[in-house]
Design a protein around this ligand. Structure first.
Ligand SMILES: [Zn+2]
Length: 477
Protein backbone atom coordinates (compact mmCIF):
# COMPACT_ATOMS: atom_id res chain seq x y z
CA UNK A 1 0.00 0.00 0.00
CA UNK A 2 1.29 3.43 -0.92
CA UNK A 3 1.71 6.06 1.70
CA UNK A 4 -0.50 9.10 1.48
CA UNK A 5 0.98 12.35 2.59
CA UNK A 6 -0.16 15.36 4.50
CA UNK A 7 1.22 18.60 3.21
CA UNK A 8 2.24 21.52 5.40
CA UNK A 9 2.88 24.55 3.27
CA UNK A 10 4.87 27.48 4.58
CA UNK A 11 4.22 30.64 2.65
CA UNK A 12 5.56 34.15 2.67
CA UNK A 13 3.86 37.25 3.91
CA UNK A 14 1.15 39.01 2.03
CA UNK A 15 2.42 42.55 2.40
CA UNK A 16 -0.61 44.23 0.95
CA UNK A 17 -2.88 43.25 3.76
CA UNK A 18 -1.67 44.11 7.20
CA UNK A 19 -4.19 42.12 9.16
CA UNK A 20 -3.42 38.97 7.23
CA UNK A 21 0.30 39.56 7.27
CA UNK A 22 1.14 36.29 8.96
CA UNK A 23 2.88 33.24 7.60
CA UNK A 24 0.17 30.73 6.84
CA UNK A 25 0.09 27.01 7.29
CA UNK A 26 -2.33 24.92 5.31
CA UNK A 27 -2.78 21.20 5.55
CA UNK A 28 -3.63 19.48 2.31
CA UNK A 29 -4.10 15.81 1.68
CA UNK A 30 -2.31 14.67 -1.40
CA UNK A 31 -3.05 11.01 -2.12
CA UNK A 32 -0.98 10.93 -5.28
CA UNK A 33 2.19 11.98 -3.52
CA UNK A 34 4.42 9.11 -2.68
CA UNK A 35 8.06 8.43 -2.16
CA UNK A 36 9.87 5.24 -2.95
CA UNK A 37 13.10 4.64 -1.17
CA UNK A 38 15.50 2.11 -2.55
CA UNK A 39 16.28 -0.85 -0.25
CA UNK A 40 19.94 0.16 -0.14
CA UNK A 41 19.09 3.59 1.23
CA UNK A 42 16.76 2.09 3.81
CA UNK A 43 19.45 -0.36 4.88
CA UNK A 44 21.96 2.46 5.21
CA UNK A 45 19.56 4.40 7.35
CA UNK A 46 18.77 1.47 9.58
CA UNK A 47 22.44 0.84 10.15
CA UNK A 48 22.87 4.43 11.25
CA UNK A 49 20.13 3.97 13.77
CA UNK A 50 21.78 0.91 15.18
CA UNK A 51 25.06 2.83 15.47
CA UNK A 52 23.22 5.84 16.92
CA UNK A 53 26.00 8.02 15.61
CA UNK A 54 24.01 10.66 13.86
CA UNK A 55 21.21 12.96 14.87
CA UNK A 56 19.59 13.03 11.49
CA UNK A 57 20.60 12.13 7.97
CA UNK A 58 19.19 13.82 4.93
CA UNK A 59 19.18 11.59 1.88
CA UNK A 60 19.21 13.38 -1.43
CA UNK A 61 18.21 11.53 -4.57
CA UNK A 62 17.60 12.60 -8.14
CA UNK A 63 14.24 14.00 -7.19
CA UNK A 64 13.45 16.11 -4.15
CA UNK A 65 13.28 13.22 -1.69
CA UNK A 66 14.69 13.76 1.72
CA UNK A 67 14.49 11.50 4.66
CA UNK A 68 15.03 12.58 8.21
CA UNK A 69 16.09 10.32 11.00
CA UNK A 70 16.41 11.02 14.63
CA UNK A 71 17.67 9.13 17.61
CA UNK A 72 15.89 9.13 20.94
CA UNK A 73 16.41 12.22 23.01
CA UNK A 74 14.52 14.41 25.37
CA UNK A 75 11.65 16.40 23.94
CA UNK A 76 13.36 19.77 23.93
CA UNK A 77 16.40 18.35 22.10
CA UNK A 78 14.02 16.91 19.50
CA UNK A 79 12.43 20.35 19.04
CA UNK A 80 15.92 21.82 18.56
CA UNK A 81 16.72 19.09 16.03
CA UNK A 82 13.53 19.97 14.17
CA UNK A 83 14.66 23.60 14.15
CA UNK A 84 18.14 22.64 12.92
CA UNK A 85 16.63 20.67 10.07
CA UNK A 86 14.38 23.55 9.06
CA UNK A 87 17.36 25.90 9.02
CA UNK A 88 19.29 23.51 6.82
CA UNK A 89 16.46 23.05 4.33
CA UNK A 90 16.00 26.77 4.11
CA UNK A 91 19.71 27.28 3.62
CA UNK A 92 19.73 24.71 0.81
CA UNK A 93 16.65 26.43 -0.64
CA UNK A 94 14.65 23.21 -0.63
CA UNK A 95 11.11 23.78 -1.72
CA UNK A 96 9.87 20.29 -0.92
CA UNK A 97 10.73 17.84 1.78
CA UNK A 98 9.20 14.53 2.69
CA UNK A 99 9.04 13.03 6.12
CA UNK A 100 8.47 9.38 6.76
CA UNK A 101 9.45 7.33 9.74
CA UNK A 102 11.51 4.19 9.45
CA UNK A 103 10.17 1.46 11.70
CA UNK A 104 13.34 1.07 13.67
CA UNK A 105 13.44 4.68 14.83
CA UNK A 106 11.34 3.77 17.83
CA UNK A 107 10.14 7.31 18.38
CA UNK A 108 6.99 7.72 20.42
CA UNK A 109 4.16 9.93 19.17
CA UNK A 110 5.14 12.56 21.69
CA UNK A 111 8.71 12.54 20.37
CA UNK A 112 7.57 12.77 16.76
CA UNK A 113 5.31 15.65 17.69
CA UNK A 114 8.14 17.50 19.44
CA UNK A 115 10.40 17.16 16.40
CA UNK A 116 7.74 18.45 14.04
CA UNK A 117 6.84 21.22 16.49
CA UNK A 118 10.43 22.51 16.44
CA UNK A 119 10.44 22.31 12.65
CA UNK A 120 7.19 24.18 12.13
CA UNK A 121 7.78 26.84 14.78
CA UNK A 122 11.12 27.62 13.12
CA UNK A 123 9.44 28.71 9.93
CA UNK A 124 8.26 32.07 11.25
CA UNK A 125 10.06 35.16 9.94
CA UNK A 126 9.18 38.81 10.37
CA UNK A 127 10.52 40.49 7.26
CA UNK A 128 7.54 42.38 5.91
CA UNK A 129 9.44 45.68 6.06
CA UNK A 130 12.45 44.36 4.15
CA UNK A 131 12.60 45.05 0.44
CA UNK A 132 14.74 41.97 -0.11
CA UNK A 133 12.79 39.22 1.57
CA UNK A 134 14.42 35.95 2.48
CA UNK A 135 11.11 34.25 3.26
CA UNK A 136 10.43 31.46 0.81
CA UNK A 137 7.75 28.89 0.30
CA UNK A 138 8.46 25.38 1.46
CA UNK A 139 6.34 22.25 1.36
CA UNK A 140 6.72 19.55 3.94
CA UNK A 141 5.13 16.21 3.07
CA UNK A 142 4.41 14.04 6.05
CA UNK A 143 3.61 10.37 5.57
CA UNK A 144 0.22 9.80 7.13
CA UNK A 145 0.82 6.09 7.42
CA UNK A 146 3.85 6.70 9.61
CA UNK A 147 2.33 9.51 11.61
CA UNK A 148 -1.25 8.41 11.54
CA UNK A 149 -2.05 9.28 15.11
CA UNK A 150 -0.15 12.56 15.26
CA UNK A 151 -2.43 15.53 15.69
CA UNK A 152 -1.05 17.38 12.70
CA UNK A 153 -3.97 19.75 12.21
CA UNK A 154 -3.80 20.74 15.84
CA UNK A 155 -0.10 21.46 15.64
CA UNK A 156 -0.46 23.44 12.43
CA UNK A 157 -3.15 25.64 13.92
CA UNK A 158 -1.24 26.12 17.15
CA UNK A 159 1.78 27.25 15.11
CA UNK A 160 -0.42 29.67 13.20
CA UNK A 161 -1.75 31.22 16.43
CA UNK A 162 1.85 31.39 17.64
CA UNK A 163 2.84 33.35 14.51
CA UNK A 164 -0.04 35.76 14.95
CA UNK A 165 1.07 36.52 18.49
CA UNK A 166 4.67 37.08 17.37
CA UNK A 167 3.61 39.47 14.63
CA UNK A 168 1.40 41.49 16.98
CA UNK A 169 4.44 41.96 19.23
CA UNK A 170 7.05 42.46 16.51
CA UNK A 171 5.06 45.20 14.82
CA UNK A 172 6.39 48.58 16.03
CA UNK A 173 3.97 50.98 17.68
CA UNK A 174 3.73 53.19 14.59
CA UNK A 175 2.04 50.21 12.92
CA UNK A 176 0.47 48.58 15.98
CA UNK A 177 -1.06 51.05 18.40
CA UNK A 178 -3.98 50.27 20.70
CA UNK A 179 -6.57 50.90 17.95
CA UNK A 180 -4.85 48.73 15.34
CA UNK A 181 -4.29 46.04 17.96
CA UNK A 182 -8.02 45.91 18.72
CA UNK A 183 -8.91 45.83 15.02
CA UNK A 184 -6.59 42.85 14.72
CA UNK A 185 -8.27 41.17 17.69
CA UNK A 186 -11.64 41.48 15.92
CA UNK A 187 -10.24 40.02 12.68
CA UNK A 188 -8.54 37.15 14.49
CA UNK A 189 -11.80 36.42 16.36
CA UNK A 190 -13.65 36.07 13.05
CA UNK A 191 -10.88 33.93 11.62
CA UNK A 192 -10.55 31.50 14.53
CA UNK A 193 -14.10 31.50 15.88
CA UNK A 194 -14.40 33.52 19.08
CA UNK A 195 -16.46 36.58 20.03
CA UNK A 196 -14.89 40.00 20.51
CA UNK A 197 -16.06 43.22 22.09
CA UNK A 198 -13.84 46.30 21.97
CA UNK A 199 -14.44 48.94 24.65
CA UNK A 200 -13.34 52.38 23.46
CA UNK A 201 -12.41 55.48 25.45
CA UNK A 202 -15.96 56.64 26.23
CA UNK A 203 -16.85 53.22 27.64
CA UNK A 204 -13.54 53.00 29.52
CA UNK A 205 -14.31 56.41 31.04
CA UNK A 206 -17.83 55.32 31.93
CA UNK A 207 -16.39 52.27 33.69
CA UNK A 208 -13.96 54.59 35.53
CA UNK A 209 -10.90 52.52 34.67
CA UNK A 210 -8.63 55.03 36.40
CA UNK A 211 -5.43 53.03 35.95
CA UNK A 212 -5.77 52.56 32.19
CA UNK A 213 -6.88 56.17 31.69
CA UNK A 214 -4.01 57.54 33.81
CA UNK A 215 -1.35 55.70 31.80
CA UNK A 216 -3.04 56.83 28.58
CA UNK A 217 -3.01 60.53 29.55
CA UNK A 218 0.30 61.18 27.77
CA UNK A 219 -0.81 59.53 24.53
CA UNK A 220 -2.43 60.94 21.40
CA UNK A 221 -3.96 57.48 20.76
CA UNK A 222 -6.97 56.53 22.90
CA UNK A 223 -6.90 53.34 24.95
CA UNK A 224 -8.88 50.21 24.11
CA UNK A 225 -10.05 47.32 26.24
CA UNK A 226 -10.53 44.11 24.28
CA UNK A 227 -12.83 41.40 25.59
CA UNK A 228 -12.42 38.00 23.89
CA UNK A 229 -15.01 35.32 24.60
CA UNK A 230 -14.69 31.70 23.61
CA UNK A 231 -17.65 29.77 25.00
CA UNK A 232 -18.11 26.53 23.06
CA UNK A 233 -21.45 24.74 23.46
CA UNK A 234 -19.73 21.61 24.74
CA UNK A 235 -17.61 23.47 27.32
CA UNK A 236 -16.90 21.31 30.35
CA UNK A 237 -16.66 24.30 32.72
CA UNK A 238 -19.56 26.53 33.78
CA UNK A 239 -17.54 29.45 35.14
CA UNK A 240 -14.95 30.92 32.77
CA UNK A 241 -11.21 30.74 33.00
CA UNK A 242 -10.03 34.31 32.37
CA UNK A 243 -6.74 35.28 30.75
CA UNK A 244 -5.61 38.87 31.32
CA UNK A 245 -2.71 40.34 29.31
CA UNK A 246 -0.82 43.60 29.60
CA UNK A 247 -1.19 45.54 26.35
CA UNK A 248 1.23 48.45 26.66
CA UNK A 249 1.96 48.97 22.97
CA UNK A 250 5.07 51.00 23.75
CA UNK A 251 6.61 51.88 27.10
CA UNK A 252 8.84 54.95 27.28
CA UNK A 253 8.58 54.75 31.06
CA UNK A 254 6.58 57.99 31.01
CA UNK A 255 8.20 60.82 33.00
CA UNK A 256 10.15 58.13 34.89
CA UNK A 257 11.84 57.86 31.52
CA UNK A 258 13.76 54.76 30.47
CA UNK A 259 17.36 55.81 29.89
CA UNK A 260 20.64 54.37 28.59
CA UNK A 261 19.07 52.33 25.80
CA UNK A 262 16.52 50.67 28.10
CA UNK A 263 13.73 51.98 25.89
CA UNK A 264 14.87 49.85 22.96
CA UNK A 265 12.52 46.89 22.19
CA UNK A 266 9.76 48.34 24.39
CA UNK A 267 7.27 47.61 21.61
CA UNK A 268 7.29 44.20 23.30
CA UNK A 269 5.41 45.51 26.34
CA UNK A 270 2.15 44.16 24.95
CA UNK A 271 3.49 40.59 24.71
CA UNK A 272 1.13 39.48 27.49
CA UNK A 273 -1.88 40.86 25.62
CA UNK A 274 -0.75 39.26 22.36
CA UNK A 275 -0.29 35.91 24.14
CA UNK A 276 -3.89 36.10 25.40
CA UNK A 277 -5.06 36.60 21.80
CA UNK A 278 -2.85 33.78 20.49
CA UNK A 279 -3.90 31.34 23.21
CA UNK A 280 -7.62 31.92 22.67
CA UNK A 281 -7.15 31.70 18.89
CA UNK A 282 -5.45 28.31 19.29
CA UNK A 283 -8.13 27.01 21.70
CA UNK A 284 -10.99 28.21 19.49
CA UNK A 285 -9.39 27.04 16.25
CA UNK A 286 -8.86 23.58 17.69
CA UNK A 287 -12.32 23.55 19.28
CA UNK A 288 -11.05 22.76 22.77
CA UNK A 289 -14.20 22.41 24.94
CA UNK A 290 -13.31 25.00 27.54
CA UNK A 291 -14.96 28.33 28.34
CA UNK A 292 -12.27 31.04 28.29
CA UNK A 293 -12.44 34.83 28.35
CA UNK A 294 -9.54 37.15 27.47
CA UNK A 295 -9.13 40.73 28.69
CA UNK A 296 -6.52 43.06 27.20
CA UNK A 297 -6.22 46.70 28.30
CA UNK A 298 -4.15 48.51 25.65
CA UNK A 299 -2.40 51.89 25.55
CA UNK A 300 1.08 53.25 25.05
CA UNK A 301 2.95 54.92 27.91
CA UNK A 302 4.31 58.20 26.55
CA UNK A 303 5.01 61.77 27.54
CA UNK A 304 3.08 64.96 26.87
CA UNK A 305 2.25 68.06 28.88
CA UNK A 306 -0.85 66.23 30.05
CA UNK A 307 0.90 62.96 30.95
CA UNK A 308 0.81 61.25 34.31
CA UNK A 309 3.60 62.44 36.63
CA UNK A 310 5.04 61.06 39.84
CA UNK A 311 3.23 62.24 42.99
CA UNK A 312 -0.11 62.07 41.14
CA UNK A 313 -2.85 60.25 43.00
CA UNK A 314 -5.24 58.27 40.84
CA UNK A 315 -8.43 56.36 41.63
CA UNK A 316 -8.66 52.87 40.21
CA UNK A 317 -11.82 51.22 38.85
CA UNK A 318 -12.47 49.50 42.20
CA UNK A 319 -12.14 52.80 44.11
CA UNK A 320 -8.63 52.21 45.49
CA UNK A 321 -6.51 55.39 45.53
CA UNK A 322 -2.94 54.93 44.31
CA UNK A 323 0.00 57.28 44.78
CA UNK A 324 2.09 57.12 41.61
CA UNK A 325 5.71 57.03 42.70
CA UNK A 326 7.02 55.80 39.36
CA UNK A 327 5.31 56.22 35.98
CA UNK A 328 7.34 53.30 34.61
CA UNK A 329 5.41 50.97 36.96
CA UNK A 330 2.43 51.43 34.63
CA UNK A 331 1.74 47.79 33.78
CA UNK A 332 0.24 47.09 37.19
CA UNK A 333 -2.05 50.12 36.81
CA UNK A 334 -3.63 48.92 33.57
CA UNK A 335 -3.75 45.29 34.77
CA UNK A 336 -5.40 46.21 38.07
CA UNK A 337 -8.47 47.58 36.29
CA UNK A 338 -8.67 44.47 34.11
CA UNK A 339 -8.39 42.23 37.19
CA UNK A 340 -11.21 44.17 38.83
CA UNK A 341 -13.29 43.96 35.64
CA UNK A 342 -12.81 40.16 35.70
CA UNK A 343 -14.85 39.90 38.92
CA UNK A 344 -18.14 40.40 37.03
CA UNK A 345 -17.68 37.03 35.32
CA UNK A 346 -17.40 35.06 38.60
CA UNK A 347 -14.33 33.25 37.20
CA UNK A 348 -13.13 29.81 38.26
CA UNK A 349 -9.55 31.02 37.77
CA UNK A 350 -7.80 34.13 36.44
CA UNK A 351 -4.31 33.97 34.94
CA UNK A 352 -2.64 37.27 34.10
CA UNK A 353 0.52 37.56 32.01
CA UNK A 354 2.72 40.60 31.60
CA UNK A 355 6.19 41.83 30.76
CA UNK A 356 5.95 43.42 34.16
CA UNK A 357 9.32 43.82 35.91
CA UNK A 358 13.00 43.98 35.08
CA UNK A 359 13.44 42.19 38.41
CA UNK A 360 11.79 39.11 36.91
CA UNK A 361 14.04 39.14 33.83
CA UNK A 362 17.05 39.47 36.15
CA UNK A 363 16.04 36.22 37.89
CA UNK A 364 14.95 34.06 34.94
CA UNK A 365 16.91 35.49 32.03
CA UNK A 366 15.24 34.47 28.79
CA UNK A 367 15.05 30.86 30.00
CA UNK A 368 11.76 30.98 31.85
CA UNK A 369 8.97 32.86 33.57
CA UNK A 370 8.19 33.77 37.18
CA UNK A 371 4.90 32.48 38.60
CA UNK A 372 3.09 33.68 41.73
CA UNK A 373 -0.48 33.41 42.96
CA UNK A 374 -2.97 32.26 45.56
CA UNK A 375 -3.95 28.89 44.07
CA UNK A 376 -1.13 26.40 44.66
CA UNK A 377 -2.87 23.49 42.98
CA UNK A 378 -3.19 25.42 39.69
CA UNK A 379 0.38 26.74 39.99
CA UNK A 380 1.63 23.15 40.33
CA UNK A 381 -0.30 22.15 37.20
CA UNK A 382 1.09 25.13 35.29
CA UNK A 383 4.62 24.24 36.34
CA UNK A 384 4.07 20.68 35.03
CA UNK A 385 2.76 21.99 31.69
CA UNK A 386 5.71 24.36 31.50
CA UNK A 387 8.20 21.49 31.85
CA UNK A 388 6.39 19.54 29.13
CA UNK A 389 6.57 22.31 26.53
CA UNK A 390 9.81 23.86 27.84
CA UNK A 391 8.22 27.16 28.80
CA UNK A 392 9.43 26.71 32.33
CA UNK A 393 8.13 28.44 35.44
CA UNK A 394 9.85 29.29 38.70
CA UNK A 395 7.63 30.13 41.66
CA UNK A 396 8.44 33.21 43.73
CA UNK A 397 6.96 34.15 47.12
CA UNK A 398 3.85 36.21 47.70
CA UNK A 399 4.30 36.70 51.45
CA UNK A 400 2.00 39.20 53.13
CA UNK A 401 4.98 41.37 54.12
CA UNK A 402 5.36 42.44 50.47
CA UNK A 403 2.02 44.24 50.73
CA UNK A 404 3.44 46.44 53.49
CA UNK A 405 6.16 47.60 51.10
CA UNK A 406 3.44 49.20 48.94
CA UNK A 407 2.47 51.54 51.80
CA UNK A 408 1.64 55.15 50.95
CA UNK A 409 1.27 57.84 53.62
CA UNK A 410 -1.33 59.76 51.62
CA UNK A 411 -3.19 57.16 49.50
CA UNK A 412 -4.42 53.57 49.90
CA UNK A 413 -1.35 52.20 48.13
CA UNK A 414 1.80 53.21 46.26
CA UNK A 415 2.53 51.73 42.82
CA UNK A 416 6.15 51.24 43.82
CA UNK A 417 7.43 48.61 46.25
CA UNK A 418 11.00 49.76 46.78
CA UNK A 419 14.34 48.17 46.01
CA UNK A 420 13.72 44.54 47.08
CA UNK A 421 11.45 41.78 45.82
CA UNK A 422 10.35 43.66 42.71
CA UNK A 423 8.52 40.68 41.19
CA UNK A 424 6.71 39.95 44.46
CA UNK A 425 5.71 43.54 45.24
CA UNK A 426 4.32 43.95 41.71
CA UNK A 427 2.31 40.76 42.22
CA UNK A 428 1.20 41.94 45.67
CA UNK A 429 -0.11 45.12 44.04
CA UNK A 430 -2.14 43.06 41.54
CA UNK A 431 -3.41 40.73 44.25
CA UNK A 432 -5.17 43.68 45.89
CA UNK A 433 -7.57 43.77 42.92
CA UNK A 434 -8.48 40.05 42.97
CA UNK A 435 -11.07 38.15 45.02
CA UNK A 436 -10.89 34.82 43.13
CA UNK A 437 -8.36 32.04 42.43
CA UNK A 438 -5.56 33.83 40.64
CA UNK A 439 -2.14 33.18 39.09
CA UNK A 440 0.30 35.81 37.83
CA UNK A 441 2.97 35.15 35.16
CA UNK A 442 5.78 37.71 34.84
CA UNK A 443 7.09 37.01 31.33
CA UNK A 444 9.55 39.95 31.19
CA UNK A 445 12.54 37.66 30.57
CA UNK A 446 11.20 35.14 28.07
CA UNK A 447 8.73 37.11 25.94
CA UNK A 448 11.23 38.86 23.70
CA UNK A 449 14.78 37.75 22.90
CA UNK A 450 17.74 39.37 21.15
CA UNK A 451 19.17 36.36 19.34
CA UNK A 452 17.60 33.39 17.63
CA UNK A 453 17.93 30.16 19.58
CA UNK A 454 16.60 27.00 17.96
CA UNK A 455 12.93 27.43 17.12
CA UNK A 456 12.72 30.76 18.95
CA UNK A 457 13.46 33.58 16.51
CA UNK A 458 14.92 36.87 17.68
CA UNK A 459 12.07 39.15 18.72
CA UNK A 460 8.79 37.87 20.12
CA UNK A 461 8.70 34.27 21.36
CA UNK A 462 4.93 33.95 21.94
CA UNK A 463 5.53 32.74 25.50
CA UNK A 464 3.34 31.43 27.23
CA UNK A 465 0.91 30.25 24.53
CA UNK A 466 2.11 26.65 24.40
CA UNK A 467 2.16 26.48 28.19
CA UNK A 468 -1.41 27.77 28.58
CA UNK A 469 -2.73 25.74 25.66
CA UNK A 470 -1.33 22.55 27.19
CA UNK A 471 -2.58 23.50 30.67
CA UNK A 472 -6.13 24.09 29.41
CA UNK A 473 -6.17 21.13 27.04
CA UNK A 474 -5.18 18.84 29.91
CA UNK A 475 -8.16 20.09 31.94
CA UNK A 476 -10.34 18.62 29.18
CA UNK A 477 -8.89 15.12 29.39
ZN1 LIG B 1 7.02 50.48 32.40
Amino acid sequence: MQDTYLNVRFTSYDNKDQVRAFPSFSLLTSPDQHVDLSPSIVARIERSFEDKKTDFIPVFTDEYHLLVLIVNKDLEQLRLDGAALYTRLKHERFENSVWREIEKSGLSQQEQYAFLEGFILSSYAFDKYKTDKKTQSMDLWIAKKSFVSLELDKLSLLAHAHSICKTLVNEPVNYMDSLVFSENVEQIGKQFGFQTEILHKEQIEALQMGGLLAVNKGSSTPPTFSVLTYQPQDAINAKPLILVGKGVTFDTGGYSLKISGNMLTMKCDMAGGAAVVGTIAALAGNKIPYYVIGLVPATDNKISSNALVVDDIITMMDGTSVEVQNTDAEGRLVLADALHYAKRFDPELVIDMATLTGASAAITGSFGTAVLGNEQHEINKLIESGELVYERLVQLPLWKEYRELLHSSIADMSNLGGPIGGVSTAAAFLQHFTDYPWVHLDIAGAAFIKETKGYRQSGATATPIRLLYTFIEQKCR
